[in-house]
Design a protein around this ligand. Structure first.
Ligand code: GLC
Length: 446
């Protein structure tokens, strides 16, 4: 009886999730949510593909291939491919065409996002027969190699093994505390400080697109939103040329989440190459090893956790965030350190409230249960942590988090994020990666 009702519940969630993906489907790619997010986003499409592979593996492949049409000739995969029809003015905000490397036939942003593509490609591969998988890997691997080579060449100029990011949007965790605290301390443009001083934020708020869709208290505050916008304009002025950007700005961070995802993506590249008996370039293999070793430099022995690091000063950014748990997903850390992270996950004052995993630990002064990446629970970071827990041998913890994540969606729907204390829905509704990853979590449940 119990099984029957849980089967019915799963079917209901699956059907509803499918409807959300259909609603946001643009033919060859899926928007994160109609209205607020009208373009294609890099890591969103990857998470979507991870779910879609259970419904229609060909459509999941198309989702990834459609990302590759945006790849720049230098290898960068941009975080956004911009729609021509909806919010057409966004392409003028980015002006990707200012870079000689941007493609001619599509408009893109000028920055990247966490390299989840290799993960999605391999998850699709799991659904294919060996000959089909080989063909699939042969199709995507060249672009992925180029992308990873770009990350090393342009984003690791000192050959340290860690990739640097130049905008918080590149981490996908837009207003996460380590980045915002750097921005507040060193980078706030004079005109923004003036607006703050004169309390003129309300004037800007009237023109914000996001607060038309989501209550203002669930988004970045206006000063932070302006700071992100002005950082983006600074990059545009440098035509997204990394040497010019780094000469003129001190705002470059070796982000922990990004680099953990990079490490896992490297492992996937090695796996794909092996499957098709292709030799990865030696230089790339050396760099990959360096990255795994360099992650350990981000460990802080005083507080027993990993942090992001300022690229220029090498100062650790000791502001608390969910990034602390993502080394589990990298999978290369020692068992002892993994145990320490799992203790943080279990602790109800840190990452273990009623509806985990919060994007900032509960006891932090930054914690705000409804404020975007400063408190709410997000399904994609849960997915990364579940995957990491499984591979690091914490099967029970992984199963418990998988179950509680499914419960959260069952209770509150396919929201963009959730209040970790009450489980209520926050952000936009009918959010694609929530739907897609719910499908994946249901389908891979033990
Ligand atoms: C927000 C999120 C980012 C996501 C994008 C589209 O900017 O912070 O992670 O990719 O929305 O959903």
């Amino acid at each position: 009886m119990k099984n029957q009702s849980s089967d019915t519940k799963s079917t209901t969630i699956l059907e509803a999730a499918k409807t959300v993906l259909e609603m946001n489907d643009q033919g060859s790619y899926t928007v994160p949510a109609k209205g607020l997010y009208p373009h294609q986003w890099l890591w969103d499409s990857c998470f979507v593909a991870i779910g879609l592979r259970h419904l229609d593996v060909e459509r999941a492949k198309t989702e990834l291939l459609s990302l590759l049409r945006g790849q720049w000739s230098n290898g960068m995969i941009p975080h956004n491919i911009l729609s021509d029809q909806v919010h057409a003015r966004d392409k003028n905000i980015w002006r990707g065409w200012l870079s000689p490397y941007s493609p001619d036939d599509v408009n893109t942003s000028g920055i990247t996002q966490p390299p989840v593509l290799a993960e999605a490609a391999v998850q699709i591969g799991k659904k294919l027969s060996l000959p089909e998988r080989r063909t699939w890997y042969r199709t995507v691997l060249p672009a992925l190699i180029k992308h990873h080579q770009w990350l090393y060449k342009e984003r690791d100029p000192h050959n340290e093994g860690l990739a640097l990011q130049i905008h918080p949007w590149e981490t996908g965790l837009d207003n996460t505390p380590p980045w915002m605290s750097e921005l507040h301390d060193h980078q706030m443009a004079g005109w923004i400080t003036l607006i703050k001083k004169l309390h003129l934020e309300f004037l800007i708020t009237m023109f914000r697109r996001d607060t038309h869709y989501v209550p203002a208290e669930q988004r970045l505050d206006t000063i932070d939103a302006l700071a992100l916008y002005s950082t983006q304009r600074r990059l545009r002025r440098k035509r997204y040329d990394i040497s010019r950007v780094l000469t003129h700005s001190l705002f470059a961070i070796e982000d922990l989440t990004f680099n953990c995802i990079f490490i896992r993506a490297n492992q996937h590249l090695v796996h794909m190459a092996k499957t098709i008996r292709f030799d990865l370039p030696h230089e790339l293999l050396d760099s990959m090893q360096k990255t795994e070793a360099a992650l350990e430099q981000l460990w802080d022995p005083y507080s027993s956790q990993y942090y992001s690091r300022n690229f220029v000063t090498h100062t650790m950014l000791k502001e608390p965030s969910i990034a602390a748990l993502i080394p589990l997903y990298a999978g290369t850390i020692s068992q002892e350190r993994a145990n320490t992270l799992v203790k943080m996950l279990e602790n109800q004052h840190l990452f273990g409230p009623a509806f985990p995993v919060p994007s900032v630990p509960i006891n932090s002064t930054w914690f705000n249960s409804g404020a975007y990446w400063q408190g709410p629970t997000w399904i994609n970071t849960n997915w990364l942590i579940i995957d990491g827990l499984n591979r690091m041998g914490f099967k029970d913890h992984a199963a418990a988090l998988q179950e509680s994540t499914i419960e959260l969606v069952a209770k509150s729907g396919f929201s963009e994020y959730f209040d970790p204390l009450t489980g209520t829905a926050d952000g936009v509704q009918n959010f694609s990666w929530t739907a897609a990853l719910a499908i994946d979590l249901l389908r891979t449940k033990g």
